[in-house]
Design a protein around this ligand. Structure first.
Ligand SMILES: [Zn+2]
Length: 511
């Protein structure tokens, strides 16, 4: 959810021309009673606090992708207690769930993520680097607030259905491991989205807005593993064949490759295994690559990186033992009609009013980071149009991309990050605990719930999304990048999470 200066300028212009809603103030338009119900239901202080506490608990758990046992259970239990039918452990992932309320068409899906990132542990609301547990995971992308916002919105919609008797189905897709983009292609493959008419995605942001068009990068996430022969590294190294050499040669080849790829690419790696002691030639080594490009260029780039791996194996005289595709995903193709509807509801909800304490924390964090000390935002973001004519539409990736090609989807970005805080960094972890996050996720939940009510009660609104989508997929049919033999990486983060889970629990219980 990056906003450009051009859009900020466009927004300023729009605001001078149109007397839009001020921060926190409702727009002066007639609001349907079903929609007013969800807005009022979520505005109650007990709702703000209840879902705020859930978000804080998930922040405390700080669970890595596919290890989110506590986070997933808390959200699924909350939805079940509210009357949803909850199916758990879906698509081969123990932490994946779907919560359903209602029956028949239309079927509106809400996406929700809840995983943390490694290495960035940080105390909440502390504006300087200060980890809860050194080296432990932390919520540096606000995912603790995201499935929470979806759950809050879904429960509000369910209550409105009970109170006002409108029909249809609302579903929350509890989606693990977004940080390793590793659940949605499997959830689609398992058929979980079959029959879903439209999807409302959400993501934490420093602003409050949405957009449409193609965004972000498609991605292959693959672990390359090499097998060689051990030997005494000084006594008889000629007997050995180093798997680590193959990793290093592969990396050198891949780094030369960058020069000859279109600028839409992103390429990065970490070495997972590289031997255990210098005096034993490593017989096993592995390297984990993220290979990113546009949908059109991804497969060609991937094959060229595979060639680098083969070159490494050949040069080192070792075997390229496996290429494990953890995930492979598309760019996001957000639906314009969906984004326009969501934007109207974002404008209806308005930016939360931030307290003096919240502004003081924001300015202290901005000062620490050397960013402009402008505090929290007061204005909404303008609807973000596609950056057409540009070769590069964004480096990051999300497995929401695959969902955008199987149902009309757009993402509501809700506030809570301090502007100038850095994603996937301790400064962002510091933002996502406490009242700023509570207000941001509550505002997001209102926009999600209001949009879901529109899609459930106004066939013409849903019709606009569906018409655009059906036209679009004629030229962009969904063909998964994920290989048919890939399985969810339930083991990938286990060791790392097991290492920190008890220490995190201990540190937080002693608070
Ligand atoms: Zn994220």
């Amino acid at each position: 959810m990056k906003r450009t200066a051009a859009f900020a300028a466009a927004l300023a212009l729009v605001l001078t021309l149109v007397p839009g809603p001020a921060a926190g103030a409702p727009a002066k338009i007639k609001i349907a009673k079903e929609k007013q119900f969800v807005l009022d239901w979520l505005a109650r202080p007990e709702a703000v606090e209840r879902f705020g506490q859930i978000s804080d608990s998930i922040w405390d758990y700080a669970e890595l992708g596919l290890q989110e046992f506590n986070s997933s259970k808390l959200l699924a239990d909350t939805l079940e207690a509210a009357g949803f039918k909850v199916e758990r452990g879906l698509a081969g992932m123990p932490t994946c769930f779907v919560a359903t309320y209602g029956s028949g068409r239309p079927v509106i899906g809400l996406l929700g993520e809840f995983d943390a990132l490694p290495m960035i542990s940080q105390k909440g609301r502390v504006p300087r680097q200060d980890p809860v547990v050194e080296g432990a995971p932390g919520h540096g992308c606000g995912h603790n607030a995201m499935c929470t916002a979806a759950a809050a919105a879904a429960i509000a919609v369910k209550e409105a259905m009970v109170a006002h008797g409108f029909k249809g189905t609302i579903k929350v897709f509890g989606s693990p491991a977004e940080e390793i983009v590793a659940s949605r292609p499997y959830m689609i493959r398992a058929g979980l989205f079959e029959g879903v008419d439209a999807v409302i995605d959400n993501h934490s942001s420093s602003g409050f807005g949405t957009g449409y068009g193609v965004d972000g990068n498609a991605l292959y996430s693959t672990i390359f593993t090499f097998k060689g022969k051990t030997a005494h590294a000084a006594g008889a190294p000629w007997v050995g064949r180093s798997a680590l050499d193959a990793v290093e040669i592969m990396n050198v080849a891949a780094n030369y490759l960058r020069e000859h790829l279109p600028i839409s690419q992103r390429l990065h790696y970490v070495i997972l295994e590289g031997g255990e002691a210098p005096n034993v030639v490593p017989d096993k080594a592995s390297v984990w690559y993220y290979i990113r490009n546009t949908d059109e260029r991804l497969e060609d780039m991937y094959q060229r990186v595979v060639n680098c791996a083969k070159a490494g194996a050949l040069a080192a005289g070792v075997e390229l033992a496996s290429m494990r595709v953890i995930s492979a995903i598309h760019q996001r193709h957000a639906n314009k009609a969906a984004a326009e509807l969501f934007q109207r509801n974002i404008e209806l909800v308005g930016m939360p009013a931030w307290s003096e304490e919240e502004q003081a924390f924001a300015k202290a964090l901005q000062k620490e980071l050397g960013a402009e000390q402008k505090g929290m935002p007061s204005k909404l973001d303008a609807l973000e149009a596609p950056r057409s004519g540009r070769d590069f539409v964004g480096g990051g990736s999300s497995d929401v991309g695959d969902v955008t090609l199987i149902a009309p989807t757009a993402t509501i970005g809700f506030p809570g990050s301090v502007p100038g805080s850095i994603g996937h960094h301790w400064s962002n972890v510091a933002c996502w605990r406490g009242t700023t996050a509570w207000k941001g996720l509550n505002a997001g939940a209102k926009a999600i719930a209001a949009s879901a009510v529109d899609l459930l009660t106004k066939p013409e609104e849903l019709g606009n999304l569906r018409k655009e989508f059906e036209e679009y997929v004629k030229t962009h049919p969904y063909k998964p990048f994920l290989p048919a033999d890939s399985t969810p990486a339930n083991d990938l983060n286990k060791e790392l999470m097991d290492k920190y889970r008890a220490a995190l629990e201990k540190a937080l219980s002693g608070k």
